[in-house]
Design a protein around this ligand. Structure first.
Ligand SMILES: [Zn+2]
Length: 162
């Protein structure tokens, strides 16, 4: 089974941020366009990019450097890399190619997630605890679960003391 985390101590790597007047060192997306990039791979990479966790918001949305469309105002991350929400658009609609190391990383992450050991007992046990707490909260600790009313009664919070 592949390692769950590659380089866990490494800071998150930024990608898909482009040259601007404030940062001339960054790449220009036009220089990375590869019209020959395999479409299936592009779709797969774009799908991954669209499903990161939100890592932050920018004031106002950014514009695509290649077609000027409004292109998102959030940053996404998978815990290893961090990219602007609009990066999927560059990949999908303009064929802006991303580094091979990142493509390999996506493949590895998918393998890891697919092979995760799954623990179903935790959910069963903790859901049962939620249920018990709910009974105690609604009815008081000394009453039997039979005191529970209908779902409507619960939702209205009639028996809640707080
Ligand atoms: Zn565009």
């Amino acid at each position: 089974m592949p390692e769950l985390r590659e380089h866990p101590d490494r800071p998150v790597r930024l990608l898909g941020f482009w040259r601007s007047s404030e940062n001339q060192e960054l790449p220009n997306p036009a220089d990375l366009v590869d019209p020959a990039w395999d479409e299936a791979e592009r779709l797969s990479v774009a799908d991954y990019l669209e499903h990161g966790q939100v890592a932050g918001y920018w004031m106002g949305s950014s514009r695509c450097r290649l077609c000027s469309r409004s292109n998102g105002s959030r940053d996404f991350t998978d815990g290893y890399y961090l990219w602007p929400e609009g990066l999927a658009h560059y990949v999908l609609d303009h064929g802006v190619r991303l580094p091979a190391e990142f493509i390999d990383h996506i493949e590895l992450r998918r393998e890891v997630l697919d092979e995760l050991e799954r623990d179903v007992a935790w959910w069963r046990e903790n859901a049962a605890r939620v249920e018990q707490d709910r009974v105690a909260d609604v009815c008081g600790f000394d009453t039997e679960p039979a005191c529970l009313g209908t779902t409507d009664t619960l939702a209205s919070g009639k028996h809640r003391s707080h």
